[in-house]
Design a protein around this ligand. Structure first.
Ligand code: F6P
Length: 529
């Protein structure tokens, strides 16, 4: 059997780690004036500078060898063609089909899935146009003004992040709200400001069985019926994005207002499906399609570009170098763009739910580190919060800086300050405060790595490409670690136990551990009827 850590390439990388441990990134630049040109790459509207990494040419060559010797070519082909690569759930992984703009069929279980994808896209087009134009009317004949998306995890984070990122394209007469937390204050706070006659609820849930979402949806329905006037019609105000149309219809949603998607779309990869309905409502169907086009272009790049010029592959390999060879535990995501403030949370789920695994695809424990802890927040705010630790703390944290180049009209001066702050930080992390004078104990040591990812402009197309880029980065890492990036048994366990505990709240069940029983007794005190 193949053992990753016993492979010749892995061991060569371990030796390279020792040989380059004392290197300074700045010396790589001194030795090679072409380094920036060699280690930067443009794909469509995205530009990646990966030159400020603790990666020598020899290291990069070896990392590329690691990719060459992995199952990447085969697994990538399997993913795009609908083979079952989510082996534990016995499913294909076909979020790429949702943005497939090619002509040909895509067969799953002997059936071409493209016609149904196109049918749902058309349903999204017709519905979003009707709501945006005011043709869609609520029970009292008024147009929709507020859209509330009720969902959690992948059924919230993607559309939530994208709607905020693309706020400047939003329909001027529609407001968007995202309710995810089972904490009732979340939905209460949102509902307090709304008028039932002009509010549309989207119940976004792949399974239509997630406790948090169902509870929030029921609260929303009760609020609607309690507050709406005569003729209140749930069917005119509630729609669903779900694979479970039966449960959605039982909830009171009309069949024609269930926006279908399929088991082969993973929750955290679902913003390209009908889970993206809020995006189409906000920026319009054409904008939604542009986002899909951007992702499709990144898919094509991922399939066609040689590894040495392949953006997701390069990002994945650099990540592996830090995680498996330089001991980095975390990956910081720092967008210098307020519109991207939800991006770290989105990427956190994408990466940590996908690659937070400790067994390989055969169920054998792995003896190497897998997915990193992904975290972050916007710059320049982060500079005044956690950057101190990144500059001078004892942790080693690679950073992805992300920004868009084009300023918004009227805030050019701010945008210039934003970008120059980001470049200053990336420079300071690499150079430290006093390169060459290491004697001052308070100087910043530098030699801390970062990527800079620039979008020409924060458009739907570039956002689509950016998200697809990270999806593929996570995929490549999962392939090299030989893990299944598409299941989430830990999350399922939490969902199941939450159900069990709430069912047994009245029993003095001995089933749980002593701590849980003790705490449950305290909770019970507050829920005695
Ligand atoms: O967080 C785990 C998860 O299964 C995600 O993958 C999914 O996006 C989320 O729960 C919500 O599930 P559902 O869309 O079925 O409500």
């Amino acid at each position: 059997m193949f053992h990753l850590t016993r492979s010749v390439t892995w061991q060569a990388l371990q030796r390279l780690q020792q040989a380059t441990a004392q290197d300074r990134i700045s010396d790589y630049f001194a030795a090679d004036p072409q380094r920036f040109d060699k280690m930067s790459l443009r794909v469509g509207g995205l530009f990646l500078d990966y030159s400020k990494h603790h990666v020598s040419e020899a290291v990069l060559a070896k990392l590329l060898e690691l990719a060459d010797h992995s199952a990447l070519v085969q697994r990538r082909a399997q993913m795009f063609s609908g083979d079952i690569i989510n082996v534990t759930e016995d499913r294909p992984v076909l979020h790429t089909a949702l943005r497939n703009l090619g002509e040909g069929p895509l067969m799953v279980d002997g059936k071409d899935v493209m016609p149904e994808i196109q049918r749902t896209r058309e349903q999204i087009r017709l519905f979003s146009e009707a709501v945006r134009s005011g043709e869609w009317r609520g029970y009292s004949g008024e147009r929709i003004r507020d859209v509330v998306n009720i969902g959690i995890g992948g059924s919230d984070l993607g559309p939530n992040m994208a709607c905020r990122a693309l706020l400047k394209y939003r329909h001027s007469e529609l407001n968007f709200h995202f309710v995810s937390n089972v904490d009732g204050t979340h939905i209460q706070k949102v509902l307090k400001r709304l008028d039932p006659a002009t509010t549309l609820f989207i119940v976004s849930t792949k399974t239509f069985s997630t406790q948090e979402t169902l509870l929030n949806a029921k609260t929303a329905r009760r609020w609607f019926l309690d507050n709406a006037g005569e003729g209140a019609d749930v069917g005119a105000h509630f729609v669903a994005a779900s694979t479970n149309s039966k449960a959605a219809m039982e909830f009171g949603i009309r069949e024609e207002n269930v926006f279908e998607f399929w088991a082969w779309v993973g929750g955290r990869y679902s913003m390209w499906s009908s889970i993206g309905l809020p995006i189409a409502l906000s920026i319009g169907f054409d904008g939604f399609m542009e986002m899909l086009e951007g992702a499709y272009a990144m898919d094509q790049h991922f399939i066609e570009a040689p590894n040495a010029r392949n953006m997701p592959v390069l990002m994945a390999l650099i990540g592996i170098w830090y995680i498996n060879f330089l001991g980095a535990e975390t990956q910081a995501i720092v967008p210098y763009d307020q519109a991207l403030h939800q991006l770290p949370a989105f990427l956190q789920q994408l990466d940590m739910e996908s690659n937070g695994k400790s067994v390989d695809i055969f169920g054998h424990p792995v003896n190497y580190k897998t997915g990193p802890i992904v975290w972050g927040q916007t710059g320049s705010n982060g500079q005044h919060a956690f950057f101190q630790l990144l500059h001078q703390g004892t942790r080693y944290v690679p950073i992805d800086f992300i920004a868009s180049l084009k300023p918004e009209p009227g805030v050019e001066e701010h945008h210039f300050a934003l970008l120059t702050n980001m470049l200053a930080q990336a420079n300071a992390f690499m150079m430290g405060s006093q390169e060459g004078s290491q004697l001052d104990p308070y100087s910043c040591p530098g030699n801390r790595p970062s990527s800079v990812l620039l979008l020409d402009e924060l458009t739907p197309r570039n956002l689509g490409a950016l998200i697809a880029l990270y999806e593929h980065k996570v995929f490549v890492q999962g392939v090299i670690w030989n893990i299944n990036s598409f299941d989430q048994w830990g999350v399922q366990l939490g969902k199941r136990i939450a159900g069990e505990i709430s069912e047994r709240i009245d029993e003095r069940s001995q089933e749980f551990d002593a701590s849980t029983q003790g705490l449950l007794a305290l909770v019970r005190e507050h829920f005695r009827s």
